[in-house]
Design a protein around this ligand. Structure first.
Ligand code: PBG
Length: 326
């Protein structure tokens, strides 16, 4: 065969042909915007390490949620920054805690237009900054933490969250929370298992964003970045426990794990493009070293191509705007 009868470049010859042949597309409905709401502020405040992202007041959160709904996003993921913290993270289960208050506000405003979601983890609410409660020896007590998560789940469901993001990486957290919700008659609430969440340095800017009190690290509960097989195993366990959706996080350095999970998961698979991924692109773009819009779209397309059904990204609203303008 004359090799020149085979010309793959035919498929790339014009914008119109490329558009028709694209294997992966982005749609605002597949994007979820993470948002931070801070207790006791009246005006939104910038987060230095995440240019373009800020702490919301309740009012600015409401307005931004409406903007996200109008942009056609699939959902919002809410994180709260309380004024006070304690050893057990009391603010997480208090109906008047900032995250629960914010959830009520946002659910009432846009709960029919998109999926209002909440982070279910104690790290923003504990004075030691860990994702769970501590045992006497200072280690994170898995089983005692599950009781706190169950109570937190009920508080979040009560506040109007439609999907709980279980990001704490405790063993058995999906089963424990599912059982608590079902026993309370809330079998309608969706559970997202952050199945394969790695102990990543890419969470750095987020820790600033939530004013994390953490000293040390999360390596006794989050996954070792060296491990691919273990990421698959965690996803399988979350699915067995009843997760409605599973997640791989961070995204860009874990696309192999994402592809593995996506290849076999019977439930939707999401990826979280985390704060450090955002900050890196913003910093390089601010220096003029990369084309910002093209880079952002390439990163999210790559995450979708690797198998993510939906992507959590701080660029969600802006990307939706670009997609509309095309
Ligand atoms: C834990 C949580 C973290 C992120 C989302 N949920 C931080 C952590 O595990 O230290 C990170 C998100 C990001 O970096 O954008 N509640």
């Amino acid at each position: 065969m004359n090799p020149l009868t085979v010309r793959p470049r035919r498929l790339r010859q014009s914008a119109a042909v490329r558009r028709l042949m694209a294997e992966t597309r982005l749609d605002p409905a597949q994007l979820v915007l993470p948002m931070f709401v801070k207790e006791g502020i009246d005006e939104p405040r910038p987060i230095a390490s995440m240019p373009g992202v800020g702490h919301h007041s309740l009012d600015s959160l409401r307005a931004a949620a409406v903007e996200a709904a109008e942009a056609g996003l699939g959902g919002l993921m809410l994180f709260g920054i309380p004024r006070e913290r304690d050893a057990v993270g009391s603010g997480a289960t208090d109906p008047d805690g900032i995250l629960n208050v914010a959830t009520r506000v946002v659910a009432a405003e846009v709960g029919d237009a998109l999926v209002v979601q909440t982070d279910l983890c104690l790290d923003e609410f504990t004075d030691h900054g860990h994702c769970g409660v501590l045992a006497d020896d200072g280690s994170v007590d898995n089983d005692a933490t599950l009781e706190r998560y169950s109570d937190m789940a009920l508080a979040q469901a009560e506040a109007g969250s439609a999907l709980l993001g279980l990001s704490g990486m405790m063993d058995g957290q999906v089963a424990a929370v599912r059982e608590a919700l079902d026993a309370a008659g809330r079998s309608d609430v969706l559970l997202l298992g952050y199945a394969a969440k790695y102990a990543s340095s890419f969470f750095g800017p987020f820790r600033e964003a939530v004013e994390s009190a953490l000293e040390g690290d999360r390596r006794t509960y989050q996954l070792d970045p060296a491990n691919r097989r273990e990421g698959r195993r965690e996803a399988v366990l979350d699915i067995e426990q009843g997760a409605d959706v599973v997640m791989v996080k961070p995204a860009m350095s874990y696309l192999d794990v994402l592809a593995d999970v996506a290849a076999t998961s019977p439930v939707p698979v999401w990826a979280y493009q985390v704060s450090g991924e955002y900050a890196m692109v913003e910093a390089a773009a601010a220096n003029g070293w990369i084309d910002r819009e093209r880079t952002v779209l390439e990163t999210i397309t790559g995450i979708r191509r690797a198998g993510a059904d939906a992507v959590l990204t701080y660029w969600a609203v802006e990307v939706a705007g670009w997609l509309r303008a095309r």
